[in-house]
Design a protein around this ligand. Sequence first.
Ligand code: B12
Length: 181
Amino acid sequence: MKTEAVNSDYTAEIKERIRGLGADLVGVAHTEPLKELRLDPPDLLDNFTRAVSMAVRLPAAVFEELPGRPTPVYKSVYQTANAMLDQIAFRAAVMLQDHGNYSMPVAASQVLDQENWYAAISHKAVARMAGLGWQGKNLLLITPQYGSRVRLVTVLTNAPLSVDAPLKNRCGNCDQGDVLK
Ligand code: B12
């Protein structure tokens, strides 16, 4: 498999394989603009040229049934989604590594700074730059396909992947329900 130059066939194949691991959405961002973010550690992106953003959609009924606060069902779905994402990212990173690309998964929901609530990197920023969606009025990433009812994870890599363009923000008078209809 060719990995020397940016390769759109290789990118399409990798995205297909990551969808095969269970991701519903996959996109690729340059790491350069992401270096503006608060990162932990600050040199997190130094050895990586690309950030692969992956999303899994969530069962809508879990949200429809919420009485305005988290329920045991919500907690279970939240934990399962994080575990799925961590597995997808782990396996995607190893797959890219097997092709000769230095690659590292970033945990779906790991808080490193408990005082200020920061993680290693913002999955929302990566997903936005990778063309998965835009930042909505609720500050969550809104996707055209599933609204904000997705959870996200990131793999950092130096694989020669072609990058996706960020999407235009489609928020107007809509709410997230409008996007889902
Ligand atoms: C800590 C945390 C929380 C904390 C504090 C929130 C916070 N400080 O951001 C608490 C517990 C309150 C929380 C609540 C929730 N969270 Co939370 N949380 C996180 C976590 C682990 C870290 C967030 C972080 O580091 N923020 C630091 C700041 C700087 O980044 P940011 O807020 O993400 O976004 C900024 C940047 O993205 C920037 N930006 C956007 N685009 C770009 C592009 C460029 C180039 C640059 C430089 C910047 C930039 O603008 C944003 C605003 O400043 C992330 C996982 C992760 N690693 O991202 C999940 C995460 C953000 N949470 C998520 C969710 C779903 C929630 C909740 C709905 C409940 C839940 N637990 O399921 C609520 C929603 C609250 C809300 N309306 O925003 C999802 C969001 C999915 C989505 N569709 O967007 C994430 C991504 C987890 C995941 N794996 O999917 N969360």
